[in-house]
Design a binder for this molecule. Sequence first.
Ligand code: H79
Length: 599
Amino acid sequence: MIKKDMYMDNAEAEAVEQGTASTEYTEEVQDRRLAWWREARFGMFIHWGLYSLLGGVWKGKEVPGAYGEHIMLRGQIPVKEYEALAEEFNPVSFDAEAWVKAAKAAGMKYLVITAKHHDGFALYDSAVSDFNIVKRSPYGRDPMKDLAEACRKHDVKLCFYYSHSMDWHHPDSQGNTHDYPNNIGAWDPLESWIDDEDKRTRYERYLNEKAFPQLKELLTQYGDVAIIWFDCGHKITDEQGQRFVDFVRSLQPNCLVNRRVRRDGFGDYGNSGDNQLHIRINRKDWESIHTMNNSWGYKKTDHNWKSVKGILHNMIDVFSLNGNYLLNVGPTPEGEFDDKSKEILRDIGQWMKVNGESVYGTTGSPIGKPQWGRCTAKGQTLYLHVFDWPASGELIVPGLHNPIVKAYLLADERKAPLAHRRLNEEDIAISVPGAPLDANATVVVLEIEGTVDANPVKRLHRKDHLNVFGAFDGDIEGSELRYDTGKAGRDVVTNWTNAADRITWTYRAAEAGAYAVKVVYCAEEGTAGGTFVVETAGQKLSGQVTPQGNGYSFIDETLGVIRLDQPGEYRLTVSADSISGEALMNLKEVQLKPVGETI
Ligand code: H79
């Protein structure tokens, strides 16, 4: 059973305990305000601004850093020179309706566009600052007006990204110390300026002169705004963050605010990190944001495109954790989506067209994270998203106690019933075709009897699938060990400096059997090393860390075989035995491969 404090942000949970949480919005009010957002699940992020013009290149040289939209800071471009870019910004090919239609065709229900990013350039007609597209560019039109209209016409929710905490153009804001040496620096923490009278009062001036007045423009001149999407809230105080929330509320009470307005517990819903693939959720409503390549803003040199399969699996993983998914496009300076982004959107749209029912209005998985894929739910219907098709022709649905009314493939228009049989009190086997209907993710629909009654504990498979225990699915016990960022290649537990720390998983075996145990980890040569123990069902296997490379080249090692004599629930633990370096290792996963079976 999920308890409320398991999904609430820590700060929020504390506030409730201390009786200091805002009572302005009851759960009922929040349910109403968030209703469209929970139904929508999937949206488009758009990063577009003066930086798009440069595409990551300044004066013939590629500027370091993955993010094209940070070029002003990373390239130390002076305000005067950056301002001059506006004179070249002329997106004559911009067609708001084409963007909105592309989003809609991809299955997206809301659109979040950068009205102003950290560079301070307003992509709309602002009376507050003439550093904006209408006043400074030859284009002279307000693209936000066109987008607002196109969104209304096509029933897509319009949302604005607004960089509230940083503005590299305003002389009193944060981040730009190459033009304004006395300002708060880009890397300076809150504590470094909060007691500095000059910095604090000037920063407040920026907030009052630019950030709040521009937000007022955005919330009064474009009709209904569905979300104000704030970023980098760690740079402001709780009080300032709450002021932004209250300000948005006062102008448009139904407009949602994301957590990044300040930090955990703030706003209407949570956010994970930029491009974070693995997460420990701490709030029921949350949103995951991702790029198709590495940069958010258009970057000519960034060809590191993700695969459609990778994006779909990531999306479905988020949906199965009751999250929303924003997928980013960085349009060209001419105002178009590049061909690769269009292709990816088309492919995702194709999947959504067939499988949208398994996404919209669904909630997270009641059966945990099955080994073959993910699950979403809506009332008495479960959607099984199969990533790893069972070669045996039987898909085992773990931990579902309800009787099945009907099972069928979502892509099958005839909804031809699939045979199913109960294996035991917990598990059901569904007969599926020999090959998946969609190589990326095939959805099996289960209509069940009664309200969902399920067991989310991971179930071991003896055929078809390798059993993988990922670091982010394990529970850390100890003082130093922690989850890494969860970004690509950082799906590990790290900082294993205390030999008393360990990580554990719970699993269920439906039958007796033997498993080969393999660990996957990385350990930097010269800094990491030691010995460890993997323990389950009273059996211990020892391992020795083999440091290799720079700390993120993964090694796998089979430690031996364990035997489970009877069905039941077990714990799997990895503990340090001795640490010989600064840290033991970064552990990515433990695999249990059934012995004597082909998978
Ligand atoms: O809009 C996208 C990014 O530009 C934005 N979030 C997504 C949605 C983002 N801004 N900052 N960060 C992400 C995190 C990086 C911060 C830092 Fe820095 C890099 C801190 C110091 C170097 C940003 C760039 C602040 C100063 C330079």
